[in-house]
Design a protein around this ligand. Structure first.
Ligand SMILES: [Mn+2]
Length: 388
């Protein structure tokens, strides 16, 4: 069953707002067209009013009186100060909890073992995120109207010192998670999966599950004598409340899954789902299986998305590209089902390396994964969190 079916406002196919006799829509298009009519425009109007006040009304020759002299807000997409989705920059991170969603960058590539460049990942993702509006047609969601997003900027990482960087990342992510805001982490290489989950787990009484998209298992103890980007889940699943039975690894395969990591996964009992397993059982069934594993007895679930789970054709800007991965539409559907099903603890998108990125397409898919996750959390009522 497609995700949109569950949220179809009128499962019987009758729509009060639709033109009588218009039956040419498919179910998703019908849902999307109907959903738009239910979305408010009040936050957009506030943005326009604020732009005119702070950016001055436009020149006399400008016909559209909503346009200010200085760009303030969404438009034009190529203008403005480049936070994620042009969200307000939150300089005082003690205010993270004032927002439903808090974005933080982890510019770090000290854990890479082949191509570096992910230290520029947060910049690259923020840059292309300016292309996105807050509204998704198919999801029937307008983020601007429904949640507040703040961009906290970047964690102060220490180039060349993985362990100090890990401590910084755990402190930062723990702070954001404890604030009540939904953390969105812009990586960074995948070594940060260990300190991000450690930062969240410290604030839980129960267990943390992990849904991990990747072509690589990332479960060996060390690589090149250090805790590199091939090792996060060995160390994460050493944390008492991050058990390996709640780690589900999706899209694994190819010639880059080192045998030591496979051995660890087998011994600890992580759940590996190859690309073929996921596609053959169907994305819906695969997503249900992943949810069962990650949430089994867990209090919260973290989503760790390595962009290299996609076929190398779609992610030129990554550290270890591997052919034979997911198509974007497959992985987006997977993500949507996961985010619709239950509230997540947070999301990280890692291994986007802008220096190797062609036409910003890797940063583009990175942004899309985040936006689809947020959109589904919103449409399924998981965001904003109830603030009693
Ligand atoms: Mn990977």
């Amino acid at each position: 069953m497609g995700a949109f079916h569950r949220h179809h406002p009128h499962p019987d196919g009758h729509h009060p707002g639709a033109a009588p006799g218009h039956e040419h829509y498919g179910p998703e298009a019908r849902y999307a067209v109907e959903a738009e009519s239910t979305l408010p425009l009040s936050k957009w109007q506030e943005e326009i009013d604020r732009g005119l006040e702070l950016g001055l009304p436009g020149a006399d020759s400008i016909v559209d009186k909503r346009i200010p002299t200085f760009s303030r807000g969404e438009l034009p997409h190529f203008a403005g100060i480049n936070t994620f989705l042009k969200a307000p920059y939150v300089e005082d991170v003690r205010r993270a909890g004032d927002y439903d969603v808090a974005v933080l960058g982890v510019p770090f590539d000290g854990g890479t073992t082949y191509r570096p460049g992910t230290r520029f990942g947060p910049q690259g993702i923020r840059r292309i995120s300016a292309l996105y509006g807050p509204y998704s047609f198919e999801l029937g969601v307008d983020l601007r109207e429904t949640i507040t997003i703040g961009d906290l900027g970047d964690v102060f990482t220490i180039p060349g010192n993985i362990e100090k960087t890990f401590d910084q990342v755990s402190k930062a992510v723990g702070h954001v998670f404890a604030s009540g805001a939904f953390p969105v982490v812009l990586g960074g290489d995948h070594s940060i999966g260990y300190p991000t989950t450690r930062g969240v787990a410290e604030h839980l009484g129960g267990n943390l599950g992990i849904i991990h998209f990747d072509r690589h298992v990332d479960t060996q103890e060390t690589d090149l004598d250090e805790r590199m980007h091939t090792t996060p889940w060995f160390h994460a699943t050493d944390i008492p409340n991050v058990p390996p039975k709640n780690l589900v690894q999706i899209g694994i395969g190819g010639w880059q899954a080192p045998r030591p990591g496979v051995q660890v996964g087998r011994e600890r009992g992580t759940t590996i789902m190859t690309l073929t397993d996921a596609v053959d059982m169907g994305i819906e069934a695969a997503a249900e299986r992943a949810l069962e594993v990650a949430w089994d007895g867990a209090e919260a679930v973290w989503l760790s998305f390595d962009v290299d789970c996609l076929d190398a054709a779609f992610v030129p800007g990554t550290g270890w590209p591997e052919p034979g991965g997911f198509l974007p539409r497959e992985v987006l559907k997977f993500i949507q089902i996961i985010a619709d099903a239950r509230p997540l603890a947070g999301i990280e998108v890692v291994e986007c390396s802008p220096p190797y990125d062609n036409a910003e397409i890797t940063a583009l898919i990175s942004t899309r994964v985040i936006c689809d996750t947020l959109g589904c959390l919103v449409r399924s009522g998981h965001l904003p969190k109830g603030r009693a």
